[in-house]
Design a protein around this ligand. Structure first.
Ligand code: BJW
Length: 232
């Protein structure tokens, strides 16, 4: 990777698919089993919190039994090696709420859509690490009020720390997108931003994403093969 110092890598559900975690928009994916409006909007949560809490309890429980795959491992390797070089920076911006990047050993991970293993208290607005079910309405460990919600970003809510992401995108020499359909903004717009700012752009995905035409290069196939090939 000549002339590259700063890398931003965007990951989506496709990178965790081979670990056995459901994607959203594939055949049989989460959005075929559940209505987005019911489980992934603040309005859905206000209407039927039990349904939403059960949906996230189910996914949290499932993720705890899954392991990182060779794509997570390769990115963790790249993160360690790249970030150890002087004046070289790498940020993995993940839309995923699982923790497989961290469990593979990556240190520079930004969860723009939140994390399953975290609870957000709607009373005191503090976050707490969370591995237990939430559907039995436990108290917030910090303020004691029974007002926890999953610490995830639903439609209509602002993804986390966009200023940090755009700060990295502005300096990026290379933008790589892995395993995302490009259907959800603002993440879907990063390729266009990065490209207009002069970065090289590469897509690694099972099939062409919605924003595929914006990428300088697209490599199609499973992440567990493409990512180690690209990294090594
Ligand atoms: C493989 C593979 C393998 C499979 N190997 N690949 C009109 C225009 C623009 C924006 C909007 C608009 N109308 C509404 C909006 C805004 C809205 C939006 O984007 N809506 C769209 C539907 C149009 N966005 C929002 O509301 C966001 N907030 C926002 O915009 O705030 C305002 C703002 C303005 C300006 C700047 C900044 C902010 C919030 C979006 C929140 C999304 N939340 C979810 C749920 C999170 C919690 C949870 O996990 O439950 O996030 S929805 C869901 O989609 C989840 C994902 O992170 C996200 C993206 O999905 P992803 O990861 O791409 O998965 P899939 O399933 O779609 O794709 C998987 C891909 O992998 C596929 O391509 C497969 O082929 C591939 N694959 N196996 C490699 N083995």
């Amino acid at each position: 990777m000549d002339n590259v110092r700063n890398i931003v890598i965007l990951t989506g559900a496709g990178i965790s698919a081979e670990s056995g975690i459901d994607t959203f928009r594939s055949d049989g994916g989460l959005w075929e089993q559940h209505r987005i409006e019911d489980v992934a909007t603040p309005e859905g949560f206000a209407r039927d919190p039990d349904l939403v809490l059960r949906f996230y309890d189910m996914r949290r429980e499932a993720v705890l039994t899954k392991q990182p795959n060779p794509a997570h491992d390769a990115l963790a390797r790249l993160d360690r090696e790249w970030s150890a070089r002087p004046n070289h920076n790498l940020l993995i911006v993940t839309q995923n709420v699982d923790d497989l990047h961290e469990r593979a050993g990556a240190a520079h991970v930004h969860h723009m859509h939140g994390e399953l293993r975290s609870a957000l208290c709607t009373a005191c607005m503090k976050r707490s690490p969370w591995d237990a079910p939430m559907s039995d309405r436990p108290a917030c460990p910090q303020c004691g009020v029974n007002a926890l919600r999953p610490d995830v970003v639903w439609f209509g809510e602002m993804p986390y720390h966009m200023d940090r992401i755009y700060g990295f995108l502005r300096r990026a020499d290379l933008f790589v997108s892995i395993g995302t359909s490009g259907a959800v903004y603002p993440a879907a717009g990063f390729v266009r931003d990065a490209r207009e700012l002069g970065a090289q752009t590469l897509e690694l995905n099972l099939e062409r994403s919605e924003g595929s035409a914006w990428f300088g290069e697209s490599r199609l196939g499973p992440a567990s093969k493409l990512v180690p090939q690209w990294v090594d």
